[in-house]
Each structure stands twice: as C-alpha cells, then as structure tokens.
Write a protein that binds this ligand. Structure first.
Ligand code: ATP
Ligand code: MG
Length: 560
C-alpha cells in the first residue's frame, strides 16, 4: 500500500474519530471496511474518495479493506467494468490482498435468509404488478396500503418462492417482499422488494439463477458475512439504514456491521454519476471512459494525474457529513503542487512563431545547459541546441504591446531562457498582415541569460530550436459549461462544445519525444503535460494535465 496513504484523511475526518472511539471502548477488536462498487461503469473521482477513505482507515488502524463487487443486477453489469475497477483501485495505490468478494458469492446464503424471513412471517410473495404495487405504496403524505397477498401463509409463500427460483414464472409476475410496515414514515420500510424475477444470465453465476436479490437485501448482509465492522457509504443511504438494521435484527447473521454515512464528492463543472458518464460515452460526447476530459480514474490517469496527486486531492477535501461542492481550483491545486515537485522541466512551444536572430552567424549552432528541476539539483541538467532561427510562443510577441507586457515587442529586450538577451528589430508579415517572423539581434556577452553590466531585463521567454520535434498538444476545458450541470434543465444541454482544443504543429524539445506514456513533465510556462496513450514516434501527442498558475491572465483580466 502506498506510504502516503498512512496519513490519509487526517483532515476533517469524523470516521476516524468514530473508529478510534470504537476501538478505545472495546466495541470492536479490529477494523474491517470494504469498497463496494457496482460493476456498471468505470470508477470516478467520487469513488476515489470512497476508496481512499475505506482503504485509508483500514490501513491506519491495522485492519483490512475488502473489494466487493455489488453485482446483484446482471442486466447492467459487465466484465469490462470489473476489470477496469480492479485496475483503477490498484493504480490508485491500494490492495485488497486475498479479500476480493462478490455479492453473487452469497446468492445461496441470501436465498436461505429469504426463506428464513418467509418462515418467520417476515416476507411474502406478492403477485401485484409494478403499477399496482406503486399505487398502494402511498407517498410522503399518504400512508401505504397492504397488498391483498400480504397475508399468504408461510407454506404458500415457500412454495411460490421456490417456484420463482425454479423459473416457473415470467419476469414481473411475482416478487418477494419484506413484511414490515406499509404506513412507515420511511418509504424504504414499506414492504420493500427483496427478490425479483430476471431471466438474465449473470457474469459470474451464469444461468444458475433467474431471481436476483435487490441491492438493499444483499448489501448489509454481505457486510455481515464478511464481518465488516464499519460500513461506510454516502448520505443517500442514510434512509436505508433502518432497513439494513431490520434485516440484521431478523436474520441469524454472523456479525453486526455499523453503517456510517458521509457526503458525496461533488465537483464544479463536473458530473459524477455513472448513469450520465455512461451516456457521455455511449453518445460519443467523449472518446471513451478514459477520455482525459472524463472525471474517471482512468481518464485522470491518461490525462497525466499521478495516483499520489489524486490521493493528495482526496486528502485535501477531507470527509464530512455536510454537502459541499469542490471548486476546480481546489481540485487542481494539490495536483499542481505534486507535479511541481515531481515533474522535470522541458521547453515546448505550443503555438510557434519563428524568431530570426539577425546577427547570429549563419550555419552556427551551439549547445547550452538547461536545468531539469529548479528545486532539485539532483535532477541534473541537459543540453539544448541554440541557433540563428528558433521558435517562440506566438503569445510572447505583441507588435503593439499592452501595458505591463514584459515580453517581446519592437525595440524591447527579453531573455531567452538559458540562452541570451535579444532585442526585437522588426517583423515579417504575410499578405494578410499576420506576423510570420520576428527579427531580433542578440547580445553575445549575455550567454546563459545574464547581462555583465547588470542591466535589468524583466521578461524571460522559452523557445525551441530548429531540432525541435512536432507534436499535437491537447488542451482540456471542463466538460460542462456550468458549475452545476443540469441544474437548469437537462444535463446534456450543458455540455461544453469547447472542452477539447488540439494544437497541431506544436514544437517540443527533442528530449521530450522519448518520454514514456503518462510520465509527467512541465513545459516551462505552459503547464504540466504527459504523452498520451496514442502518442507514437513521429506522431507525438501530449495531454495537458493542468496549467500553471497564470499571473499574466490575471493582469489581462485587470487583476494587476
Ligand atoms: P453513481 O451515482 O455514480 O452511479 P454509485 O454510488 O451508484 O455511483 P457504486 O458503484 O454503487 O456507485 O459506489 C461504490 C461506492 O462508492 C459506494 O460506497 C458509494 O457510496 C461510493 N461513491 C459513489 N459516488 C461517490 C461520490 N460522488 N463521492 C463519494 N463516494 C461515492
Ligand atoms: Mg449505485
């Protein structure tokens, strides 16, 4: 398990306090948690929060955390998702060891417990249709009414339930319901459905079953079977807790897990719902579950967010019961902080503009030394080629500079990173008036970028030389145009048509071409990047993970 997780969630985490109390008071002797995904989609950032919490507290208190697939709905679950979930949990830095389980492992036990409930008068087979059942369910203001089938004898119920299992009835013909209280103020206690008929094969149990337990009937008992001590889930399950407890009270379960709820992670401009993420994938709004714009763990990995940075983000938001929405700045800050330390520096020009140094000898090149990491001398240096014609960022030149523009403009002197001070002497334009070349002269006495006379040059810009390698660079914007997608209508109407910007013909330092896929690098002044999964020699693709703090943007916006 990753060492950073040992201090996980030291910030604002009421769950740790509960566990400490339980251990201190002897209510539990060890800690067992679980992460229980339903394999109907890829894991997203919300799941990352739950994973870090569950595995984090287990590790902190010397316990264990299970990975359990809640695979009770064969209609929506797929092997691809199961594989992706395991890959993503491991990548995030956690290990369930031998404790891999499936709700489907317990189908036989759950069936026996359903029979137990029938025998003790706590469950019955209902023949009502779905519509008839919901008509009798009532609502918040109106108590429900008992089904006419509620008082069937145990014998009749046992017979019907066995025949449901044997496949005698079509889907929807009958269900097994708990017999609790149709007038309860908690809708979950109004005789919830425990089993329904589904003539669908299951990824693990194949055709062994044609009745499947509902999530609510499987979840708490699965925890009990696994001797989970602290069953941690999100707040929408708070209202289900009385039902889970009712099952535990009325069944001969081997252990008594306690459930604690915490607030879901909500992220601004982002949707964390597998249902909607599935829609984005199926309708082609993104290229797949691992599209770098997706808030999935796979998408984040492809985008270049290191696992440790994702854990740092989760740590930074803490765990609480109050709902809140995390801003994108809060999301990016810990990632940027992590990458600032982890990523080596290189130079790349995203939107190249040719710079011709008129007084630099034709045909001459020289080698300059560039620093790989400003805060880590151990990262060493590398050599970069310099010559008469180089490329700078189009944004680093303004023919008519605005106030406080300290970069290149006619007559202005600027520092070329690691190289020389240059002064702009003029431009070359095409027929339509677009600047296609900037001309300048350099001061040979300033090799390395410092003037011997100590004259002040405010601006430093990056560049690449004639040996630079072309690359496509992908810049990402949020997938949605509003901080609360869907709040004012349909969520798909809030999709950002400009979430992806591809810069063709960017130029990167030659050393960048050899970077392994996914390895973080800072392109000086433009952000943190990594080579995409589909990057190939001769067809390089870089994804921008996050930008740098851009003070210039603030100046332009009038922020000073
Ligand atoms: P979704 O709403 O995206 O479908 P889910 O809750 O249905 O998510 P599950 O696979 O059932 O997805 O969730 C597995 C675990 O992850 C659950 O314990 C759930 O509470 C937790 N989880 C899901 N979404 C979030 C979130 N946004 N923040 C924190 N935990 C989450
Ligand atoms: Mg769910």
């Amino acid at each position: 398990m990753a060492s950073e997780t040992s201090t996980a969630d030291t910030v604002n985490n009421f769950v740790r306090d509960i566990i400490k109390d339980d251990l201190g008071a002897g209510r539990v002797t060890g800690v067992v948690t679980r992460f229980p995904p339903e394999p109907n989609g890829y894991l997203h950032l919300g799941h990352a929060k739950s994973i870090c919490l569950n595995f984090g507290v287990a590790e902190e208190f010397g316990g264990r955390c299970h990975l359990r697939f809640d695979d009770t709905n064969p209609a929506k679950e797929e092997q691809e998702y199961i594989d992706a979930i395991m890959r993503d949990v491991r990548w995030l830095g956690f290990d369930w060891g031998e404790h891999l389980y499936h709700a489907s492992d317990y189908f036989e036990q759950l069936y026996d417990w359903a029979v137990h409930l029938i025998k003790t008068g706590h469950a019955y087979v209902d023949d009502l249709s779905k519509d008839e059942m919901s008509a009798l369910k009532g609502d918040w203001n109106k108590p429900g009414q008992n089904s006419p089938f509620r008082e069937r004898s145990a014998e009749e119920n046992l017979d019907l339930f066995a025949r449901m299992r044997a496949g005698e009835f079509p889907e929807g013909a009958r269900v097994l319901r708990a017999k609790i209280d149709m007038t309860s103020g908690n809708m979950n206690l109004r005789d919830p459905v425990l089993y329904r008929i589904l003539h669908t094969a299951h990824p693990r149990t194949g055709n062994a079953w044609c009745i499947y337990p509902n999530y609510d009937f499987a979840h708490g008992q699965s925890d009990a079977i696994e001797h989970v001590t602290h069953s941690l889930c999100t707040l929408e399950f708070e209202d289900h807790r009385p039902l889970y407890d009712w099952f535990l009270d009325n069944l001969p379960v081997p252990a008594r897990p306690r459930q604690y709820e915490f607030a879901r992670l909500n992220l601004a401009y982002t949707v964390l719902s597998k249902r909607i993420l599935t829609k984005l994938v199926e309708d082609g709004h993104v290229t797949g579950w691992d599209d770098p714009r997706m808030p999935t763990i796979a998408g984040m990995r492809r985008r270049g967010v290191p696992a440790a940075a994702l854990r740092a983000f989760v740590r930074s938001i803490g765990v609480a019961r109050a709902y809140s929405t995390v801003g994108l700045d809060q999301f990016e800050a810990p990632i940027r902080e992590h990458l600032n330390t982890a990523a080596e520096r290189r130079m790349a020009v995203l939107r190249p503009l040719k710079l011709v140094i008129e007084n630099y000898p034709q045909g001459q090149t020289e080698t300059l030394t560039a620093i790989n990491h400003p805060n880590d001398p151990g990262a060493g240096t590398r050599e970069v080629t310099f010559g008469r014609e180089i490329y700078i960022e189009r944004d680093d030149f303004m023919e008519v500079p605005v106030k406080k523009f300290h970069r290149l403009a006619p007559g202005a002197e600027v520092r070329l990173r690691y190289a020389y001070l240059v002064t702009c002497t003029g431009v070359v334009k095409d027929e339509s008036g677009v600047v296609v070349e900037v001309h300048c002269t350099y001061d040979p006495a300033t090799r390395g970028g410092n003037a011997p006379d100590g004259r002040k040059v405010k601006g430093t810009i990056h560049w690449v030389a004639a040996d630079a390698v072309p690359a496509d660079i992908r810049l990402f914007n949020p997938l949605f145009t509003r901080p609360d997608p869907g709040a004012n209508g349909h969520v798909l109407d809030d999709i950002n048509p400009q979430s992806l910007e591809v810069l063709h013909g960017a130029l990167v330092e030659p050393s960048v071409a050899a970077l392994p896929v996914g390895e973080a690098v800072q392109f000086e002044r433009t952000g943190y990047f990594c080579a995409d999964l589909n990057s190939r020699p001769g067809a390089l693709i870089f994804n921008r993970t996050v930008g740098l703090n851009d003070t210039w943007a603030k100046v332009q916006a009038g922020g000073g």
